[in-house]
Design a binder for this molecule. Structure first.
Ligand SMILES: [Zn+2]
Length: 302
């Protein structure tokens, strides 16, 4: 069994606070100590360039976060997951992703970031960029020509598409082009909580049809019931809609300002196992939701 969190913003957080913030004792949503105490085996760590760095410093910021990822790996905190066999290594593991697409301008950039370890990417954050329309725009939009070109190339290189943050127009454009399983690394159900960051039923079904996974997000604003049981309600809803084998967990820790009671930090992540059991999921289903389902996808592409 492997447990996996499909999305966190540890690298962004450490790019702001300094790498020491990982090992210092603090109340932060992720520290080395809390991850080791009760966190999942594998954390997907996103390179996320925030709005204030996008105009002039996006490449530098992205490289800084990739550097933090490799610096932490060098201290022995975790094994960087680059190929299939790395998933079976003992101890903690981390996989590099890109959230937002900001640093991706060309096919060469895809080669470069793949060489740095990136194995999953999203094309935009909440707003329109040069690749796609985000979910908080006032129009549904879609992929730009460059977005479509880079998506095809990324999948040729075995980099998964993360559809979290896409507008509906972008999502359905991506579906037309995509050949690999689709991942929504940190998104919830719109039917339970109507929020533009959440996925409507037809999108959840499409992700399942592609063989992908939806990672349920802990953000209180994306939950109908902002509590740990509310997170499980999201899992139950999606499992009933498409089957538990397409559901995962994407906490969004350090990308969210507030947390729900019972899942305040990564040290409580494994408490989900008990909550899923209480909700009636069998052992094999729990193992899938907590990581096995995303491992299935990674095993196909790595
Ligand atoms: Zn996000």
């Amino acid at each position: 069994m492997i447990t996996i969190d499909l999305h966190c913003d540890l690298l962004w957080y450490l790019s702001e606070k300094g790498i020491e913030a990982f090992t210092e004792a603090s109340e932060a949503q992720i520290t080395k100590e809390s991850w080791e105490r009760g966190g999942p085996d594998l954390l997907v760590m996103a390179i996320y360039v925030d709005e204030r760095h996008i105009p002039h410093q996006k490449e530098a910021q992205a490289l800084k976060m990739a550097g933090i990822y490799w610096n932490l790996a060098a201290t022995g905190c975790y094994t960087p997951v680059l190929q299939r066999k790395d998933l079976d290594m003992p101890g903690k593991k981390a996989l590099l992703s890109i959230e937002g697409g900001a640093p991706l301008e060309s096919e060469e950039d895809l080669y470069a970031f793949r060489a740095l370890g990136v194995r999953m990417l999203s094309l935009c954050w909440n707003y329109q960029n040069h690749l796609a329309t985000g979910c908080l725009e006032q129009y549904s939009g879609g992929l730009t020509l460059k977005g479509e070109t880079l998506l095809k190339k990324a999948q040729d290189l075995g980099i998964l598409l993360d559809v979290s943050h896409l507008s509906e127009g972008s999502f359905w454009d991506a579906v037309k082009v995509s050949r690999l399983p689709l991942i929504a690394s940190h998104s919830n159900s719109y039917a339970l909580k109507p929020h533009p960051r959440n996925l409507k039923d037809d999108a959840i079904k499409e992700i399942a049809k592609s063989g992908g996974v939806i990672g349920v997000n802990f953000c209180p604003g994306f939950l109908q019931n902002p509590s740990a049981p509310g997170v499980v309600e999201q899992v139950v809803y999606m499992a009933e809609l498409v089957g538990p084998e397409y559901v995962g967990i994407g906490s969004d820790f350090l990308g969210i300002d507030n947390t729900v009671q019972g899942l305040e930090h990564i040290g409580r992540w494994m408490d989900l196992e008990h909550l899923l059991e209480k909700a009636g999921f069998a052992k094999a289903e729990r193992e899938g939701i907590l990581g096995g389902n995303f491992k299935r996808v990674l095993s196909e592409v790595l």
